[in-house]
Structure formats: C-alpha cells, structure tokens
Design a protein around this ligand. Structure first.
Ligand SMILES: [Zn+2]
Length: 325
C-alpha cells in the first residue's frame, strides 16, 4: 500500500510537470516508446508457424516506420529491434526492468507494448477422442440356470479435430484496482486465455462504484485516463476493420508490470490470437500486418490530435480539474 501511495505521488508530480510543459507550449507527444513483447530466449506464445516474439517485432517495426514517415520529428525508441531480450538481458525479469528504465530515461510521452494472445490447449487446435456412433448389441448373460439376452451399446470413437477458436483483439491498461481478494476470486472463474505468463485477468472496474471512482480520479489527473482513452481508440479501429473486439481490460500481474513501471500513459495491445490458425495467418501476412499497423497508427493519430487540441493556449489556462480526456 505504501508503494502505491508513492506511485500516486510520483505520478501526480509527473502529471503536474506535464501540465506545466503544456502551458509552456511543449508538444504533448514528442517521444513514443514501442515495446515488442518477449524476444530471444522468451518466445512468448507459440503459434503453428510463428512465435509471439517474432510477429510482435515485425508489427512493432512496421508501426515505427509508419510513425516515422508521418511524423519525421517524432522521437521513437524501441525496447528491441531484433529477436533478443531487450538490452540483451539474461532473464525475462531483467529485460522487463530494462524496458521500463529505457522508457523512463528516454522521457517517453507514450508507451506502447505489442503482444499476441493465446488460449486453449494448443495453437491451431487439437484432436479429441469423441463418440461418433453407438451400435445396439446384445450379449447372453447367465443367471443361475437361465440365460438372458442383455442389450448393450458398442461405441465407435474417432479422433476429431477441435479448432482453437479464441480470437480477437484486446488492449490493456494498468489496473488501478489492487484488491487481491477480488483478483483471486475473479481469477477462479476465468478460463485460461491471455498472455502466456499472465496469472490474472480483470475486467474494468465499474466507474459508477464510488470507491472505484475515487481511485480512478487520482489517475484521471495524469496518465490513467489518457491510457484508457488511447486503448479505447485502438479497439475502435480494430472493430472498424472487422476484428473481434474483446475490449479494453486491466490486469494486475507481472506481465503487465511494465505498464505501471513507466511514468507515462501506457497500453499493451494484444493484436490477435496466435493460437487461432486463421488469426495467426492474418498476423503473419503482409496485408494483415499492414491493416493492424494502420489501425494502431490511426488510433495514435486521433489520440495525438485530442492532446494537441487540449493543449492549445486557450484551453490550457488554469485547468486543474480532471478533464474528460
Ligand atoms: Zn506476450
């Protein structure tokens, strides 16, 4: 709890500094950190023909290209550009810390992590032994001196292919809810799905709940709302492109730790399920990657425009109350 309050305080300071920057005419979005998930010894979720680390890197690099072309002045920082753990670190945790440190030291205004989702037993699908036919038969049963005909069924089995059907996109923001009991109880009823190293999945807290409202208000003053807004814009673009919308979500766990360790608005995008054969094909294809990149870029562009509109001098004067964005 103590750490949480330190985080609140720090983030409030950052928020205040951002406001100050805005009033001095600083562009609100100058540095974007792009964080391709996993890498090297950590391949992330496996597909049938690719890994999460590979596809996340391809899409991240293309997103960087698109941003660089559209906004040549934008400073772009990648946590990795090849198939290694960021910073060539030896462990996943060391790499995770490197991701956050690099983002913070680079003075990022926005942190975007790109990941692929996974669900089910195996990528693509799996064989399951199922009854496909039952035949009524009889056998002779002896009881004392009498014999009876006893009916019974003979079952025919077949190995049936069960496709791995989970699909769609979801975008995570840092969970402000740290109620462990709630996390545990919700986790019990959650089917396995999501980041391969994730342990918990939470839906967004109900903003009409007074205690949630109070908690969220603290973040509303700095990064949480911005993160939420961008996450929502990303999901809108994916939906418009015909993807299955699994929504904006929150998660309290190690896998999302990087979101809370970065002192800037931060989101983690699950661009699709690598465990779903159709989505794996899509995410490996040129046209699929181009569409995903265009969707994310449009969302960032809309986010950037909103920030710039808000930071115009007339709107920036003496605004201290939380805003709708
Ligand atoms: Zn991942």
């Amino acid at each position: 709890m103590k750490n949480l309050w330190i985080a609140y305080t720090l983030l409030s300071c950052f928020g205040w500094m951002n406001e100050l920057g805005a009033q001095q005419g600083k562009k609100p979005l100058q540095t974007i950190i792009i964080d391709p998930g996993h890498g090297g010894i950590d391949p992330g979720a496996p597909g049938m023909k690719s890994t999460e680390a590979q596809v996340a890197l391809q899409v991240s690099l293309k997103l960087g290209d698109t941003i660089a072309k559209a906004w040549p002045d934008m400073k772009l920082v990648f946590t990795r550009t090849t198939d290694v753990l960021p910073g060539n670190k030896p462990t996943k945790d060391a790499a995770l810390k490197y991701r956050a440190d690099l983002a913070n030291e680079s003075g990022g205004d926005l942190f975007i992590a790109i990941h692929l989702n996974a669900a089910g037993h195996k990528p693509g699908g799996w064989y399951e032994r199922r009854v496909v036919n039952k035949i009524l038969k009889t056998r002779i049963v002896k009881k004392g001196k009498k014999t009876y005909k006893k009916p019974y069924y003979e079952y025919e089995y077949e190995n049936v292919w069960v496709p791995n059907k989970a699909k769609g996109t979801e975008t995570y923001v840092w969970a402000t809810n740290k109620n462990d009991d709630k996390v545990r109880s919700m986790n019990k009823i959650t089917d396995y799905s999501g980041e391969i190293d994730s342990t918990t999945t939470l839906e967004l807290p109900d903003p009409s709940d007074p205690s949630e409202k109070a908690r969220m208000l603290i973040y509303a003053q700095n990064y949480f709302r911005k993160s939420l807004n961008l996450a929502d814009l990303v999901q809108q673009e994916f939906t418009a492109a015909g993807r299955v919308d699994r929504g904006v979500k929150q998660r309290n766990d190690k896998g999302i730790w990087v979101l809370q360790a970065t002192g800037m608005p931060s989101i983690l995008i699950e661009i699709g399920f690598i465990s779903n054969q159709e989505e794996e094909e899509y995410m490996n294809s040129e046209s699929g990657q181009a569409e995903i990149v265009a969707n994310i870029f449009t969302a960032i562009k809309n986010y950037k425009e909103k920030l710039e509109l808000r930071n115009k001098p007339a709107a920036a004067v003496n605004e201290e109350a939380p805003k709708a964005f």
